[in-house]
Design a protein around this ligand. Structure first.
Ligand SMILES: CC(C)(COP(=O)(O)OP(=O)(O)OC[C@H]1O[C@@H](n2cnc3c(N)ncnc32)[C@H](O)[C@@H]1OP(=O)(O)O)[C@@H](O)C(=O)NCCC(=O)NCCS
Length: 318
């Protein structure tokens, strides 16, 4: 019988090929989401919040599992920074599943994160791993549905994202003619600090996903063209500025996708703007479930969705 001894240890550079093979085997690969070294480096090494905490499980001389905690700061309305990590790229090779590898890796990573002073872990697991997280003390924050509106491409049948300027242009000039600044939205809940470094990495440096800016008079939307089930969608990824409805309106006027989709936190002005511009929650379409695990007592109710102030760009898993 094969030796099923499993070793858990930190990721080293030489593991990269084995880890990418593992991700392909466990999570799959599509033409739009290829498991490339560049994507892995963008996510885990170039993130301005810091390098990911990476552990691997080794068995039978190959990589059997990966535990990746991506560093991600969140800021409270009072201005305090929470040092968080996002559990992503969760994978145990099909030949090694149900042997406790996910559990062992996660427990080891939690110990490491606690020792590193991390305040909280959050993530959006799929149903396969969700049960495992809840059994390890994660709390369910809530379901994030999708809001959508038909796009003009339903009429013209053609998406032309190339008519929109690159999001990265917007990022190299934080105060363009519109008077827009990339400063954060007003404090409403736990949110990602949208520093210039974050924006440049998030929207300007992704190896494959292309983001475009759509300017309105005083506000700007950042959008990502995508193809889902053979249809062109435009993801309303983020909105900046004091008049979000202007930016969302400009997206609707200019896009040529089949539909526009996005998500903003309940009660946020961005969500109200999307509703005013014809985007509606699509009943029954549950895209993500947010779960979290504080690693120390925190002075806010992280189990309540109202505590969080997220937009699509904070949750898109790329
Ligand atoms: C999800 C995944 C990471 C679990 O890894 P694993 O090493 O097999 O998990 P473990 O053996 O440590 O199981 C830990 C717990 O997770 C839960 N779990 C794991 N696989 C499960 C499954 N197929 N169905 C239901 N619960 C499951 C169980 O609660 C399990 O505890 P138990 O075995 O005591 O009942 C693995 O199945 C995988 O890589 N799947 C494909 C990729 C994927 O879906 N990743 C998650 C992306 S969010």
């Amino acid at each position: 019988m094969a030796d099923r001894t499993i070793t858990v240890r930190p990721f080293v550079e030489d593991d990269l090929d084995g880890v990418l093979d593992l991700l392909r085997a466990a999570l799959g690969e599509t033409p739009l989401l290829r498991r490339t070294p560049e994507l892995f480096a963008w996510k885990h090494f170039e993130n301005p919040f810091g390098r990911s905490l990476l552990l691997v499980a080794e068995g039978e001389g190959r990589i059997a599992g990966l535990r990746a905690f991506m560093r991600w700061d969140l800021v409270t309305p009072g201005g305090d920074v929470l040092r968080c990590v996002r559990a992503v790229d969760t994978a145990t090779h099909p030949d090694f599943q149900r042997l406790g590898i996910f559990r062992r890796l996660t427990v080891a990573a939690l110990e490491e994160a606690t020792a590193a002073g991390i305040d909280m872990v959050f993530n959006t697991p799929n149903p396969k791993s969700g049960a495992g997280y809840l059994s390890m003390g994660w709390v369910e924050v809530g379901d994030l549905g999708v809001m959508a509106a038909p796009g003009r491409g339903l009429v013209s049948g053609k998406a032309t994202p190339d008519v929109l300027p690159e999001a990265s242009e917007f990022l190299t000039d934080p105060t363009p003619a519109t008077g827009l600044s990339v400063s954060d939205r007003p404090a409403r809940g736990l949110r990602t600090p949208r520093s210039p470094e974050y924006l440049a990495w998030r929207f300007g440096a992704h190896p494959t996903a292309r983001y475009y800016r759509v300017d309105a008079r005083s506000s700007t939307a950042v959008v990502r063209p995508n193809v889902r089930s053979g249809r062109r969608e435009l993801v309303l990824s983020d909105v900046f500025g004091p008049e979000p409805a202007q930016a969302v309106g400009a997206v609707h006027r200019r896009n040529r996708a089949a539909y526009v989709a996005g998500w903003f936190n309940t009660r946020s002005p961005e969500r109200s703007a999307a509703l005013r511009r014809g985007m509606v929650p699509i009943p029954g379409v549950k895209t993500l479930t947010l779960v979290a695990k504080p690693l120390r007592p925190l002075p806010m109710d992280v189990a309540s969705l109202a505590t969080w102030d997220f937009a699509s760009s904070d949750l898109e898993l790329l």
